[in-house]
Every structure is written in C-alpha cells, then in structure tokens.
Design a protein around this ligand. Structure first.
Ligand code: UD1
Length: 364
C-alpha cells in the first residue's frame, strides 16, 4: 500500500512520527513523506525530525509563509504535481493546519482516497482558521480517525457516514509516552535554573490572542500579575514575537522580572518543561491533551476548546481571557486544590498501531 503522508507545521510532526514508525516496521506499507514547508525554521521543524527520529521527508514543497489563501493555494499547486508523479493509494493528513486542508482538497480533486487523523474535533468557532480546516478536511475524507467519542458525535451531526469513522485514540499521545523517559535527560531545567514545580509554562500563538492588539495587551496585563506569584517560562512563537514588538509591548515584558522569554523549544525540552512545571497556560490544542496525560494543571486561554474531554476527564480548565477567572484558578493551583483528572480512553500509546490495522483491513 503506497501512502503519501503529509506534514507541514510544528503540531503535525509529533502526529506523523508514530505513524511513520509503524509503517516502516511493516513491509505492506510504503510511506512517502511530504513536508509542505509551511514551517521551515530549524526550531519549528528540523529539530522535531531529529528528536523524534522521523525520516527525512521524501519531498519538500518548500512553500513557506504567506497569507492563508496564498499558502493554501501554493501547497495545492505543488502537491498536485506530487500526485501526478507518484502513484498512490491513499493520502494521509493529520491535524488542522493549512497543509492538512490544502493536501486533502488536492487529493480529493484528483480522486485519491483521503485519511484524516484527528478527525471530528470542533471548537464551533468559525473565526479560527483551524476550525475551517477541520470541517472541510473531514468532509473530504474517506477514513476519519478520531481521538475521542465526542469527535464521532460531531461528525455524525454533520451527516458523515458512521462507517467512515474509527475511534483509534491519540497519536500525539503515542509520541508523548514514547519520549517521556528520554525527555528526563533534557538539560533545560538546569540551563534555565529551574526547580521542579516552582514555575509555570506559557505558550501563545492563536490569532485571536496574539494578532488582536487589545487581547494581546490584556493577556500580558494578566501575566504581569501572575509572574508576581510564580516564575513563568515562555517559549515565544515567531509570529507572537513580531506582534509583541509591533504592539509596543517589548519594554513592558522586559520589565517583568519573573517572566522568562525563550526561543521555541524542541520536543524533548518542552516535554521536560511541561512535566516538571506547577501548571501550564496555553492557547494550543495539543498542549491541552499533553498536560492531561502528564497530570499537570492546564489553563486554556481561549473561550472554548475543541478538546472537551481534557476538561470533562482531564486536568484542563477553559478560562478565556477573564482576569478574575484566570487569577482565581491560579490561586487554586498554587494551594494544591486542583482537580485530579484521568487519562481519556485509548490514549495509551497504541493509536498508530490501530490505524494501521484498520488500513490493512479496509484494503482487503
Ligand atoms: C500554524 C497552524 C496552527 C498551529 C501552529 C503551530 C494553520 C492555519 N495554523 O499556525 O494550527 O497550531 O502552526 O505553530 O495552519 N513563521 C516563522 N518560522 C516558521 C514558521 C512560521 O517565522 O518556521 C512565522 C512567519 O512569519 C509566518 C507566521 O509565523 O508568517 C505564521 O506561520 P503559519 O504557519 O502560517 O501559521 P502559524 O501561526 O504558525
């Protein structure tokens, strides 16, 4: 079975790693890895290939940055040529990035079967570019692999045939469980002079939080108060760094003595940072899932989540940008009164294995 596997942006890489690994163990599968080049900085891309032992992509479309329409269209143009050159049975995409949508749309238009890993997640917030990517990719897909039961319900509500859905668990957690021990060796705590449980981690990159000047300023007002209570480590996304300068926040942030801004961290360093922290504040999707498996309190700085299982079962609380709600929750964490979550069903390190078994079955 010749399968074209697509990855393009940082959150895609930890999802393809276990799938690639399983496919390479089995002679029946011939994966061809396509990197769209949506992310291209060393610390947004290459470091993940090295640390997660993902083979070098067979093809790199080198698309780079641009507006949404430009980036999506450019990936489609370049990916169409790949589909012409390479005979394939299936195109497999993961997650919800522009690369995910661009390649699934190109595949569907050229009559290729599409498999979507992490199907059915819905924030129901149409202002998020990722939500548009999720809904459209699912509509274009023939095999929809889900991480949780609510994802399947979302798909059925949209009229997707139940027979196309498969509840397999979470490939991102496959990667986390596999690398947890390895991450213990990371030197990041020493390098940053951190003591376990004595600091918080912050990540921000959602357009609604960091491209919107008012919201961005509001967030840093709140962060200023929190860093008076506990040290905060903040790996800064490239786009957020630009905006901080543009909104004139650099001086204010530099004045926060307990907020340490660092470059985007590699996979192992970041895993180590999260797992030893007191709590995490984030607007990322994947980090809500990872903290739930690590048993670390997570405050999601958004109004909603497409991953509700991390709230109903896990360690996550959605706090939005309400200063009161955020500070109240930080207070609860610092007093050690946080809820104890559990690990959601099938987040057990075997999701990629299940996906391959299903592909073998449907192919016969
Ligand atoms: C993308 C995904 C988002 C994911 C995030 C993780 C979409 C719509 N969004 O958002 O779902 O959570 O990646 O990071 O696909 N840049 C660099 N170096 C890079 C890559 C980007 O400097 O290696 C800068 C560029 O200025 C670029 C900007 O970041 O214009 C945005 O990059 P892009 O990939 O378009 O979107 P993200 O915001 O990273």
């Amino acid at each position: 079975m010749k399968i074209i596997l697509v990855a393009g942006a940082r959150p895609n890489f930890m999802k393809i790693a276990p799938i690639m690994e399983e496919m390479r163990k089995d002679n029946e599968f011939k994966p061809l890895l396509v990197h769209t080049g949506q992310h291209y900085d060393e610390n947004m891309s290459k470091i993940f290939f090295d640390e997660l032992e993902i083979p070098k992509p067979d093809i790199n479309l080198e698309v780079g940055s641009g507006t949404h329409a430009w980036q999506t269209a450019e990936i489609m143009k370049r990916f169409e040529q790949v589909l012409i050159d390479e005979k394939t049975d299936l195109v497999m995409v993961v997650g919800d990035t522009n690369s995910t949508l661009a390649c699934s749309l190109t595949a569907a238009k050229t009559h290729k079967k599409v498999a979507h890993v992490e199907a059915g997640l819905r924030s129901n917030n149409w202002d998020m570019p990722e939500e548009i990517n999720r809904v459209l990719t699912d509509r274009l897909s023939d095999y929809l692999f889900t991480t949780c039961e609510d994802a399947k319900e979302n798909l059925l509500k949209e009229g997707i045939d139940e027979k196309k859905t498969y509840f397999v668990g979470n490939v991102m957690i496959d990667t986390l469980l596999k690398n947890k021990q390895k991450a213990e060796k990371s030197r990041i705590l020493n390098d940053l002079e951190l003591e376990k449980q004595n600091y918080a981690v912050l990540t921000l990159h959602r357009p609604n939080n960091v491209d919107n000047e008012e919201n961005c300023k509001k967030i840093f007002e709140i962060i200023e108060k929190i860093q008076n209570l506990i040290e905060i480590i903040y790996p800064v996304h490239p786009r957020t760094r630009k905006n901080i300068e543009e909104f004139g926040l650099t001086e204010k942030i530099n004045g926060m003595k307990n907020l340490k801004m660092i470059e985007p961290a590699g996979y192992l360093d970041f895993l180590r940072l999260m797992s030893s922290s007191k709590f995490v504040m984030t607007d990322s999707g994947g980090i809500q899932e990872e903290t739930t498996v690590l048993g670390i309190p997570c405050l999601t700085l958004r109004e909603e989540t497409e991953r509700p299982v991390t709230v109903t079962e896990g360690w996550n609380v959605v706090v939005g940008l309400s200063e009161k709600k955020i500070l109240d929750n930080v207070g609860i964490i610092l007093k050690d009164y946080w809820k104890k979550g559990k690990i959601p069903e099938k987040w057990d390190g075997k999701a990629a294995e299940r996906i391959l078994k299903i592909l073998q079955k449907v192919k016969k």
